[in-house]
Design a protein around this ligand. Structure first.
Ligand SMILES: NC(=O)c1ccc[n+]([C@@H]2O[C@H](COP(=O)([O-])OP(=O)(O)OC[C@H]3O[C@@H](n4cnc5c(N)ncnc54)[C@H](O)[C@@H]3O)[C@@H](O)[C@H]2O)c1
Ligand SMILES: O=C(O)C1=N[C@H](C(=O)O)CCC1
Length: 234
């Protein structure tokens, strides 16, 4: 596959290394919106950039008929607009707040646990995410996905970063040197505590998942998720 990398920071560089090891070719590396005309040669674009750049990057790919995989977080207020653009341009698109296979299995566990706990109001849920100190957004995209999945199964109506009110899921975001990504969901009652946790040891899981998504997206049209890529039915 000929790959255009949109964003060449920690993730862009990890994807480049693993893509080359898998026999793919990097045909463009984009670090600013002025250079996006260079994409024409690519079979797929992989966007791990910054929240302010993601929407323009993705829409340029639709315009140029290049399938796009986006892992950039912090731009979801524009998600519906991007979905419409994909539809209007007959594009190919996968977004995931977290491309790691382990986290996508963890998403399923979280949904199942939330479903079980929905009948047990004696347990209060909370979420903690820990990331490196350079991370621009909080809470993490993964934490937002986890919270929204709990909301879909329960009486909680919203999530809140730092200091939730009744009916809101509290999310605590910590920033510590060099942490790749740790997410913990805790249900606490006066009797006991149940926790599930995912801890990334490196960025390779995110990068391999994004490459898997890019390979899977070849010759497909529409909007897809990692559930489609991994064949998860729930
Ligand atoms: N979905 C996932 O699995 C996953 C995993 C890790 C990180 N992320 C997200 O991916 C994004 C990037 O993470 P990172 O750790 O590589 O960040 P980073 O800060 O190391 O890299 C971001 C890069 O984007 C570049 N950039 C800035 N403006 C741009 C533009 N207009 N077009 C293209 N590139 C531009 C910057 O030069 C920088 O190199 C973040 O939003 C992060 O939350 C998602
Ligand atoms: O390093 C980051 O930044 C990460 N961002 C994603 C998120 O916001 O959930 C995935 C984990 C790593």
């Amino acid at each position: 596959m000929k790959i255009a990398l949109l964003g060449y920071g920690k993730m862009g560089k990890t994807i480049e290394k693993l893509a080359v090891e898998k026999g793919h070719q990097i045909v463009a590396v984009i670090t600013g919106k002025e250079q996006l005309s260079k994409l024409s040669n690519a079979d797929v674009a992989i966007d791990f950039s910054v929240p302010e750049a993601a929407v323009v990057n993705i829409e340029r790919c639709f315009e140029q008929q290049i399938p796009v995989v986006s892992g950039t977080t912090g731009w979801l207020k524009d998600f519906d607009k991007v979905l419409k653009s994909c539809q209007n341009r007959n594009g190919s698109f996968i977004y995931a707040s977290n491309f790691s296979v382990g986290v996508n299995l963890f998403f399923e566990l979280n949904q199942k646990l939330a479903q079980l706990m929905a009948k047990h109001n004696e347990y209060k849920v909370s979420l903690e995410e820990i990331h490196h100190t350079q991370k621009l957004d909080a809470p993490s995209g993964t934490a937002i996905s986890l919270a929204n999945d709990i909301i879909a199964q329960s009486n909680y109506t919203n999530w809140k970063l730092n200091g939730a009110a009744q009916g809101e899921i509290p999310i605590n975001a910590l920033r510590l040197e060099d942490v790749k990504g740790t997410h913990t969901i805790t249900y606490q009652s006066s009797i006991d505590t149940i926790s599930i946790k995912h801890e990334a040891h490196s960025r390779e899981g995110f990068a391999l998942g994004a490459l898997l998504a890019a390979e899977w997206l070849q010759n497909k049209k529409g909007v897809f998720t990692m559930k489609d890529v991994l064949g998860i039915q729930s």
